[in-house]
Ligand binder design. Structure first.
Ligand code: GLN
Length: 420
């Protein structure tokens, strides 16, 4: 069978391709020369499959899409607290190049506007940027020297911002050098396939889906995607998050990325921009994808069925019966809260209790801890508890074959069996 996904993505390009409105970014002379009709879309899954359609091998400068990745590298290098001292996380409601700082602290409001991005850039060196961006993309990326020179010649507004940052003591480095480094960062060449993989690395918790390299720590990606969700589309961020609902970032060369946590990275390229500096057709493609594929993060999932219970034969061929609780779906906080409520309201009436995880597909850390606490309390109440965990969701097995024990604390060791 031929996968229908590229056909679908091509169809999305066809239907969104007709709109010729919007303008090229004229304030950077080299960008004003771009072919306005280029159009591309790529989707990268967190297990490393990339689908690309249209002009998916055409390179363009990354521009402001560099901001979330530079922010990620700064967070990885300095930690959240140090970075927060310099740059906030509040949406500004202003244009990307506004000369604005927070009133009481003098910090830029967020790392997605230029003031914040210049400050972030001053925290990392050029080599970190080049190596880091290449690691996110999974290939060596290069700078477009023409775009770099062209923007640097006309970068007075960014110089003004950098000097303003210095005057507030937020940036201590040489203002001209910071602008130069930041402009270089914006001039890195990428394709939509690169961008989709870079976004997928964020969506995958910091591990590049194809190379398997851990690029940034897991907790960094949550911070970055949260800031993309609230500030990534500048003064259109609220509109964007309500209609599309995907953490995103746009760039003035016409690129646009979205990172869907745990699922995929998306990227489009179409150079004509709306008045916010976001790609006109890129926004349309994202609206369409979000609607068609149910990608809006605030979409409410169907309710989880978390527990069934009954009296069954004991596992492992042991004689007798036990009171079995069969857990289902995700063992997260809400799922385990239900289990704990059942156990508290209607305590098991037999001394032998079996917790069966056969139909569980995911165990979150909080769910694991709640489950272990439930086991500990059942044992202290005088029950004999056994866990059935064929997929080793609790990571209790010493190797692939043997049954194991779960240390529930207070000297309580609970047998964990591979099969019912
Ligand atoms: N390099 C551009 C600038 O600083 C990036 C802006 C953008 O992509 N929104 O003006």
């Amino acid at each position: 069978m031929r996968s229908p996904i590229p056909d679908y993505l091509n169809q999305v390009l066809d239907t969104c391709g007709a709109d010729g409105s919007g303008e090229l970014a004229a304030y950077i002379p080299e960008l004003a020369e771009a072919d306005p009709d280029r159009f591309a879309l790529a989707l990268a899954t967190v297990d490393g499959t990339v689908y690309g359609v249209g002009d998916d091998e055409v390179e363009f400068s990354i521009q402001s899409i560099s901001k979330p990745f530079a922010y990620a590298l700064a967070l990885a290098q300095h930690g959240l607290d140090r970075v927060l001292e310099k740059v906030g996380v509040e949406p500004s409601g202003d244009a990307f190049n506004e000369l604005s700082l927070e009133v009481d602290t003098g910090r830029p409001l967020n790392p997605m506007i230029n003031a914040g991005a210049l400050t972030v850039h001053a925290l990392i060196d050029d080599e970190t940027v080049r190596r880091g961006f290449s690691a996110f993309a999974g290939r060596e990326l290069e700078v477009d020297e023409e775009v770099f020179t062209s923007e640097l010649e006309t970068a007075d507004r960014n110089r003004a911002i950098a000097f303003m940052l210095r005057s507030h003591g937020i940036v201590e480095e040489d203002a001209q050098e910071v602008v130069e480094g930041y402009t270089r960062q914006c001039s890195v060449l990428v394709t939509v396939r690169d961008l989709a993989l870079m976004a997928a690395t964020l969506a995958n918790g910091g591990v590049q889906p194809v190379t398997g390299q851990r690029v940034v720590p897991h907790e960094v990606t949550r911070q970055v995607m949260a800031v993309m969700a609230t500030c990534g589309m500048y003064d259109a961020a609220g509109d964007w998050f309500s209609s599309v609902g995907i953490p995103a970032k746009s760039g003035v060369a016409g690129g646009l990325i979205g990172a869907l946590p745990g699922q995929a990275g998306l990227a489009t390229f179409s150079p004509r921009l709306d008045r916010h500096g976001n790609s006109v057709r890129g926004v349309q493609v994202f609206e369409r994808l979000s609607r068609d594929m149910g990608m809006h993060l605030m979409e409410v999932p169907p309710p989880a069925r978390s527990l069934v219970r009954g009296r069954t034969a004991l596992p492992g061929g042991r004689p007798g019966h036990g009171w079995t609780y069969e857990l289902q779906g995700s063992v997260n906080f809400v799922g385990m809260e239900r289990v704990l409520r059942y156990l508290a309201d209607e305590p098991p009436t037999e001394s032998t209790v079996v917790l069966d995880l056969t139909r569980v597909h995911e165990v979150r850390d909080i769910g694991r801890r709640m489950l272990i606490e439930a086991v500990r309390r059942l044992v202290l109440d005088g029950h004999q508890v056994t866990i059935v965990d064929p997929e080793d969701m609790l990571e209790a097995f010493p190797d692939d074959h043997a049954d194991g024990d779960l240390d529930a604390g207070d000297g309580v060791a609970v047998p964990v069996l591979r099969r019912r």
